[in-house]
Ligand binder design. Structure first.
Ligand code: GLN
Length: 483
């Protein structure tokens, strides 16, 4: 079992295809690890052993009957619990959805199943994906496998922690303002936020629809690319879905001739010196591999966090209006309809979700809409234009994924602003709809993972993967696992 724990999806798939390993063995090994470590890490809200073993058994039977093994056959996967899974509780980390079992699968879940991936559990998250530490979950915080007293990041903290802890080689997260990249960097794993529209949002619980994207979380860059190619591609059920199909990164091409842009604003005061040093190490590796480094400017970076918290909360206030105690989950009794709505929402939602609904409603209200919401939309355009300009002289941008490594549990829960600032470097790409990849680029003296972020032009995921692969190879961190 321990022999399987740290295997990549690629290795597992090879063993399954060669008939050296059954899908049932792979699923059992993974369920054993989950049983051993999940009680401590709280990375999964729901574990699904019955459906996992049933699905693995079906795959084994298919193989025995001579069927071809699809791209992820027998590979265990964890799915963030704001992504709908038919018949399996989908909580969004909220009390308001207790008892809810979706009657359908999200498109990404359908695609995982078709590719033979075996769902082993639903990952913990900040309630409705609102947060940066997983501490806003109604199911208690997940913990960082590298240091149990620290947060795994958020909101996809459970997805990142489970992959880092060897509970599964693959996970899906969702990223609105950094929720894949920041936890990936805190947990020492690889996380991609795809170009907006490249992965279907059908079945992803909406938070801020103009930014929400589902993306892969894995230990290796190649696994990330493999999972991305399975989940991406057009979906007629998502009106913002792009028509482009998946492409595979030409890893063998390397980075020779690639222009790597270094934005000075991402190394500003407030960025930990160990983080800056680790990211610079990756820059040097890329240079040695034949890329050139160029300085670029993203002058509106300092407005990104404020812009995001206006736009995202405005959209959230509208999206979360549907939780009225009638259509989904729990209902609190009231003397009349208004009281029923009020009590359901005040008992069902946690403090951060309420804060955001209030702010979002305020910035959209008559008299304030122009001052807040419309100015934020203008800022959003300026931030997108910064990137357009930067991409005239660079092909990819490199910087830190977060200003500092994982922080201690409880250290920012009373200070929403400090919490929001941990997303300063992930939010700009979200506002601009661009793809961005976080990969492990080193460790702090205390042994905490540090993540670097690559941001690319729209649809340039393959270039991000090629670039990250060069660093992954040069850094040689893949054998390092949490205790
Ligand atoms: N941490 C950011 C927030 O709290 C991003 C969340 C996300 O990407 N879902 O909104």
């Amino acid at each position: 079992m321990t022999g399987l724990r740290w295997q990549s999806a690629e290795e597992l798939h090879r063993a399954v295809s060669a008939g050296e390993l059954s899908c049932t063995e792979a699923a059992r090994a993974c369920l054993d690890v989950i049983a051993a470590v999940n009680p401590t890490l709280n990375a999964l809200i729901t574990v699904t052993p019955e459906t996992a073993l049933e699905q693995a058994g079906e795959l084994d039977a298919a193989r025995a009957g001579g069927g071809a093994m699809p791209a992820l056959a027998g590979v265990p996967v964890v799915v963030k619990d704001n992504i709908c899974t038919r018949g399996i509780p989908t909580t969004c980390g909220s009390r308001i959805l207790s008892g809810y079992r979706p009657p359908y699968d999200a498109t990404v879940v359908e695609r995982l199943r078709a590719a033979g991936a075996v769902l082993v559990g639903k990952a913990n998250l900040d309630e409705f994906a609102m947060g940066s530490s997983n501490e806003n979950s109604a199911f208690g915080p997940a913990r960082n496998p590298w240091d149990l007293e620290r947060v795994p990041g958020g909101s996809s903290g459970g997805s990142a922690a489970s992959v880092a802890a060897g509970m599964a080689p693959l996970a899906l997260g969702s990223d609105t303002g950094g929720s894949i990249r920041q936890p990936a960097s805190f947990c020492g794993v690889v996380g991609l936020r795809p170009t907006y529209g490249r992965v279907s949002r059908y079945g992803l619980t909406a938070f801020a629809s103009s930014m929400d994207q589902i993306g892969p979380v894995t230990r290796t860059v190649e696994d990330n690319a493999r999972l991305f190619s399975v989940i991406s591609g057009h979906d007629p059920r998502d009106a913002t879905s792009l028509t482009a199909g998946p492409e595979s990164p030409a890893f063998e091409e390397g980075v020779r001739g690639l222009r790597i842009g270094i934005p000075a604003e991402y190394f500003a005061e407030g960025t930990d010196s160990e983080v800056a040093a680790a990211v610079n190490r990756s820059a040097s590796l890329l240079e040695e591999a034949g890329a050139s480094l160029v300085e670029v400017a993203l002058p509106h970076t300092s407005y990104a966090v404020a812009t995001y918290y206006i736009v995202a909360n405005a959209e959230a206030s509208s999206n979360l209006a549907r939780y009225d105690g009638i259509r989904y989950g729990t209902r609190a009794a009231g003397r009349d309809l208004a009281e029923q709505y009020e009590r359901t929402r005040s008992e069902g939602f946690g403090a951060e979700v309420k804060r955001r609904i209030l702010v979002g409603t305020y910035v959209l209200s008559a008299g304030y809409r122009e001052a807040y919401y419309e100015s934020a939309q203008r800022c959003r355009t300026l931030i997108a234009q910064d990137f357009q300009r930067a991409f005239e002289s660079a092909d990819v941008l490199l910087g830190p994924a977060a200003p500092a490594p994982a922080f201690p549990l409880g250290s920012r829960t009373d200070d929403p602003l400090a919490m929001y600032l941990s997303d300063a470097y992930t939010i700009p790409a979200s506002l601009a709809g661009l793809p961005a990849l976080s990969f492990p680029c080193g460790f702090s003296k205390q042994g905490l993972p540090i993540g670097a972020q690559l941001t690319g032009k729209a649809m340039s995921e393959a270039v991000l993967y090629r670039t990250a692969r060069v660093c992954e190879e040069g850094l040689g961190l893949l054998d390092r696992h949490p205790k």
